[in-house]
Design a protein around this ligand. Structure first.
Ligand code: NAP
Length: 322
């Protein structure tokens, strides 16, 4: 079968489109034939050796695959060949077929499309966990979303609206701002004059919750707009710089800086994660959330797509379709 292979940590161009042996389902593992594969920012960090985890080389990158179960190992308990599932893992999804543990697979309800299922995992899953368990976002509160046209950002806009917040979305281009508007944001702004614009929108009261996958200068400005009892959600550092916080700011405004790590959450709190997935699929079926799948590419184009994503060139979600 065909797969994308990371032979050494380094530039994304070093990824190869390779022939690998057909995978086998052993133990309680299952083999999935891919229909859609999600491309995520952390995939780009991982293959460059810039992520928290460093899998043994060579490895197949990719953390989301939706498709049909082709075979199951002798110890598999719940899953059967022919079932539609979406699977998440640290690696292994950029391939025509993937091997996943049963526990990494979620059966797909009727009506949940394969590409959307991928988007509902890391992108929507992170934002949902961030706003619900970490941010405790309440109806009527003000939510600011940075990087609002990205995979996690666009999801945060939609989920923020589903949870009853007033959403201020920040994005860098007209096209991205239009995507955030379509996703339901109440106010859509750019990064220019961010301090002044935020002062106008948030006033003296300040902001209740900030969802920040960008970091860098954006963090430095936004953290000064926090309101009393606010929650600043540290999601990622797409701008490249991990910012520093003068902690007196947290003292004066009595706000909290809250870390978000979706991958760790799924492993440490599987029951809460399962509840989140149920709620998210429910919102999807009710039309409250709808991922923006902005492009579909063949598997062989994974390196080019990943580069485009890391270089700020994507709105919403891109999927690979083998
Ligand atoms: N904590 C977690 O559990 C978790 C889970 C998933 C992802 N993440 C992290 O969150 C961050 C964003 O992930 P994502 O999936 O939303 O990625 P994405 O789809 O690429 O979106 C990131 C957004 O960041 C903005 N950005 C600002 N400066 C940028 C720069 N120099 N380069 C690239 N983008 C820049 C871009 O929007 P503008 O052009 O509008 O500024 C872009 O839309 C990444 O650091 C990722 O590793 C964390």
């Amino acid at each position: 079968m065909k797969a994308i292979l990371c032979n050494e940590y380094g530039p994304i161009d070093g990824l190869t489109y390779a022939d690998l042996a057909e995978p086998e389902a052993t133990g309680s593992k299952v083999v999935i034939k891919a229909k859609a594969i999600g491309v995520n920012y952390p995939d780009g960090l991982l293959v460059q050796g810039l992520y928290q985890a460093k899998p043994e080389l060579p490895f197949v990158p990719g953390m989301e695959m939706a498709g049909v179960i082709e075979s199951v190992g002798p110890d598999a308990k719940h899953l059967k060949p022919g079932m539609r599932v979406v699977a998440t893992s640290g690696t292994g999804a950029f391939a025509e077929k993937g091997v996943f543990a049963e526990a990494q697979c979620i059966p797909l309800p009727d009506g949940v499309d394969d590409a959307d299922a991928c988007a509902l995992m890391c992108g929507f899953g992170t934002s949902h966990h961030a706003l619900k368990q970490r941010g405790h976002l309440k109806p009527g509160e003000t939510l600011v979303v940075a990087g609002a046209a990205g995979a996690t950002g666009l999801a945060a806009v939609q989920i923020g609206k589903a949870m009853g917040a007033t959403v201020i979305a920040i994005a860098s281009t007209d096209e991205k701002r239009e995507a955030a508007r379509q996703a339901g944001a109440d106010h859509v702004i750019g990064y220019e004059n961010l301090k002044e614009t935020m002062r106008e929108l948030a006033g003296k009261k300040g902001v209740d919750v900030i969802f920040d996958p960008v970091g860098g200068d954006t963090f430095d400005t936004l953290v000064r707009t926090m309101g009393r009892n606010g929650r600043y959600l540290v999601v990622g550092f797409a701008a490249g710089r991990i910012p520093q916080l003068p902690v007196n700011l947290a003292l004066v405004k009595e706000f909290s800086l809250v870390g978000v790590f979706w991958g760790a959450f799924t492993q440490h709190e599987p029951a809460v994660y399962a509840d989140n997935v149920r709620e998210l699929f429910g919102w999807y079926r009710e039309g409250k959330v709808k991922p923006l799948i902005s492009a579909r590419h063949p598997l062989s184009e994974a390196p080019a797509v990943l580069k485009q994503l890391m270089e700020r060139g994507v709105s919403g979600k891109i999927v690979l379709e083998p």
